[in-house]
Design a binder for this molecule. Structure first.
Ligand code: DGP
Ligand code: NA
Ligand code: NA
Length: 206
């Protein structure tokens, strides 16, 4: 049996990631491909609850400590990701380790340091970065509810993502400015097409 694909959707806050993840999941299910959606941070675990409380500004946590908690939240899911892929199920992840680096670098933590805790996690087959200018994301509904949702922070997060894009050529940037949900979905499907037809190699690690 071929393993599932591991697809990651990244982007600033309010860029339509969750919508696109849901659309992809639907696309896979109608085409008869076993697929599952995961989301980081996973706020349901005990680590996830600490992260949730931090994001809602109910607690303050040291920048390095929260960086490690976000990473730990991915690690606690890693065996599940590997097993799911090996069972032949495709995984669509709403954020992953790239957010982990970008948001912490945006706060001033060292880039090389930020990448380290996530080293060894299951490696995605494809990473998409949905690119929308922070000024436009800011105009979207419910913007500003959580800790990182300020124009200043998001601008720095985007800069950090641009560095990640340069250093990791396999991250594919999609400019979603002025694009409809359907048109972004079509672009994603086109990009995934070549992966769907080729025999998958064993899961790599970051
Ligand atoms: P979301 O549930 O997708 O809205 O994400 C919650 C917020 O947490 C969002 O502002 C992005 C941020 N975030 C996601 N992953 C990480 C991470 O690994 N590290 C840090 N510092 N922030 C993250
Ligand atoms: Na958010
Ligand atoms: Na998230």
């Amino acid at each position: 049996m071929t393993r599932g694909l591991f697809i990651v959707i990244e982007g600033l806050d309010r860029t339509g990631k969750s919508t696109q993840c849901a659309q992809l999941l639907n696309h896979f299910s109608v085409s008869g491909t076993n697929a599952a959606l995961i989301k980081f941070p996973d706020r349901t675990t005990s680590i996830g609850q600490m992260i949730n409380s931090y994001l809602q500004s109910k607690t303050d946590i040291n920048d390095n400590a929260i960086h490690l908690l976000f990473s730990a939240n991915r690690w606690e899911m890693s065996q599940n990701i590997t097993d799911t892929l090996n069972q032949g199920t495709t995984i669509i992840a709403d954020r992953y380790a790239y957010s982990g680096v970008a948001y912490s670098v945006a706060k001033g933590l060292d880039y090389t340091y930020c990448k380290y805790p996530d080293r060894g996690l299951p490696m995605p087959d494809k990473v998409f970065f949905l690119d929308l200018p922070p000024q436009l994301a800011q105009q979207r509904e419910d913007y500003g509810d959580e800790r990182y949702e300020s124009l200043d922070m998001q601008t720095r997060v985007r800069e950090a993502f641009m560095k990640l894009l340069i250093d990791n050529q396999y991250i594919h940037k999609i400019d979603v400015t002025g694009q409809s949900i359907d048109s972004v979905h079509d672009t994603l499907k086109q990009q995934l097409e070549p992966l769907l037809t080729q025999q998958q190699q064993p899961i790599k690690h970051t």
